[in-house]
Design a protein around this ligand. Structure first.
Ligand code: CP3
Length: 363
C-alpha cells in the first residue's frame, strides 16, 4: 500500500529502512520530507461506513472494543476503503477508565455515561491503576494489526486527563463542563488528585499500545478548549505533560489534539507534543506561528465541509494544503471527527486529492 517509502528513501539518498517508521505519516510527524502529505481522518472507523454499521449491528460499543478480531477488522476498514496513510486503533477514550473499575457505558447517540459520577475523594479512590492484564484485549488487537498492516502505521490513542475527568465528573457529555469546572476551581487539591490518577491510567494505557507496536500516539484533549489559557496551564497542562513525558523514550511521535483550542495551541505544544492537532477555526499557517517551528501540525478541514458539493470540498482541501506548507510538517486531517452522515466516497476522493496535490518529485 505505501510503496512510496522507496521513492522517499531514494531521493534522500538513504538506504531504505522501510516499515511504518519510514512511512509518509511518521516522516511528516517528525518534520522530515516525504513523497506526499499524509492523510487520515479522526473517527475514520465508524458510522460513516456501511461495513462498520453492519459488523457493529448487534454488538454494544464497549464490547466491540474488547474483541481483538473485531477491533482489527473495524480498524482496517477505512484503510482498505480510502487508502489513508494511517489507521487509528478502534477503541474509545473511556475504555481504560472502565478497565480501572469505573462503571460506565457508551450509549448510542449520547456517548459515555458514568453510573456514579466521580465528585469526592472517596470516588477518586475508586479509580484503580491499570496494567497490561487489565487491557489485554488492546495489547492483542494492536499485535494482530501490526502483523497485518506491513508498512502502514497504526496510531494508538488515549483521552487526556481533563477530557476524561469531564466525563467522570459530569457523568456524561456536557456542553458547559460546569460541574467539572466547579470541582477544579472549588477544590484544586481534589482536582489534582483526580487528574493524577487519570494521568497514570492514560500513561499505562498508551504504554501497552506502544509496547505492542503502534507507530504513533494521539492524546485527545477534546474538551480542553473550554478553558482559558491561564486555567489550562494551571489545572490541566501538568497532567497532560506527565503523560507525554512518560512516552518520551518510546520513540514514537506524540500527537496532541483538542477542539476550540486556538488560544491553547502554544501551551498544548509545550505540554510535550511532537505534533499539534488544530481544529478548523485556526488556519494552519496561523497555528504554526503560535505553536513554533519545532512541531508539526495536523488538521484541519471542517468535517461539515464534506457534506457540501465537491467543488467546495476541493477548494477547502487546496487551501489547507497551501496553509500547511507554512508548517515544518503537515498531516492532513479533519478539524474533528468524521460526521456519521458523511458520504464515504467523498472521504476516498479527499485522500486521492491530497496525495495528488502534494506529490513531490522523487527523482
Ligand atoms: O476512527 C477513530 O477515530 C477511532 C475510534 C475512536 C472512537 N472514539 C470510536 C467511537 C476514537 C479515537 C474515539 C475517541 C473519543 N471518544 C473521543 C475523542 C475524540 C473526539 O471525538 O473528540 C471522545 C470525546 C470520545 C467519547 C465518545 N465516544 C463520544 C463523544 C461518542 C459518540 C457518541 C455518539 O454515538 O454520537 C463515543 C462513541 C463512539 N466512539 C463511537 C465510535 C465509533 C460511536 C458508537 C457507535 O458506533 O455505536
Amino acid at each position: 500500500m505505501t510503496t512510496d517509502t522507496t521513492g522517499t528513501a531514494a531521493r534522500d539518498g538513504e538506504a531504505r529502512r522501510g516499515g511504518p517508521a519510514d512511512s509518509p505519516f511518521v516522516r511528516a510527524c517528525r518534520r522530515e520530507p516525504g513523497p506526499h502529505t499524509p492523510v487520515w481522518f479522526m473517527r475514520q472507523a465508524g458510522r460513516s461506513l456501511p461495513e462498520y454499521r453492519e459488523i457493529r449491528a448487534n454488538v454494544p460499543m464497549l464490547e466491540s472494543c474488547r474483541r481483538p478480531e473485531l477491533v482489527t477488522e473495524i480498524t482496517l476498514q477505512p484503510v482498505r476503503r480510502h487508502g489513508v496513510d494511517a489507521a487509528i486503533l478502534f477503541s474509545d477514550i473511556v475504555v481504560p477508565v472502565a478497565a480501572a473499575g469505573i462503571d460506565l457505558d457508551i450509549v448510542p447517540g449520547t456517548g459515555p455515561v458514568v453510573a456514579e459520577p466521580v465528585r469526592t475523594a472517596a470516588d477518586v479512590e475508586r479509580i484503580n491503576p491499570i496494567g497490561r492484564d487489565d487491557v489485554s484485549y488492546v495489547d492483542e488487537a494492536v499485535r494482530l494489526l501490526v502483523a497485518e498492516m506491513g508498512d502502514t502505521p497504526l496510531i494508538g490513542f488515549a483521552g487526556a486527563p481533563f477530557t476524561l475527568a469531564s466525563y467522570l465528573v459530569e457523568g456524561g457529555p456536557s456542553r458547559t463542563h460546569a460541574k467539572t469546572k466547579a470541582l477544579m476551581y472549588g477544590d484544586p487539591e481534589l482536582w489534582h488528585a483526580l487528574c493524577t490518577r487519570l494521568a497514570d491510567v492514560t500513561l499505562a494505557f498508551l504504554r501497552v499500545q506502544v509496547d505492542a507496536g503502534v507507530s504513533a500516539v494521539q492524546l485527545f484533549d477534546s474538551w480542553a478548549g473550554a478553558l482559558s489559557e491561564a486555567d489550562y496551564r494551571r489545572y490541566v497542562q501538568p497532567h497532560s505533560a506527565y503523560v507525554l513525558a512518560g512516552l518520551a523514550d518510546a520513540g514514537v511521535p506524540r500527537i496532541h489534539f483538542g477542539v476550540g483550542t486556538a488560544e491553547l495551541l502554544g501551551a498544548m505544544g509545550e505540554a510535550g507534543a511532537d505534533v499539534v492537532g488544530v481544529d478548523w477555526r485556526t488556519p494552519l499557517d496561523v497555528a504554526t506561528r503560535r505553536i513554533g517551528p519545532d512541531k508539526a501540525v495536523q488538521g484541519n478541514l471542517d468535517p461539515a465541509v464534506l457534506l457540501a458539493p465537491w467543488p467546495v470540498v476541493e477548494a477547502a482541501v487546496r487551501r489547507i494544503l497551501d496553509e500547511g506548507r507554512a508548517a515544518p510538517g503537515h498531516v492532513f486531517n479533519l478539524g474533528h471527527g468524521v460526521l456519521p452522515e458523511t458520504d464515504p466516497e467523498v472521504l476516498t476522493r479527499v485522500v486521492a486529492l491530497v496525495h495528488e496535490l502534494s506529490a513531490r518529485p522523487t527523482a
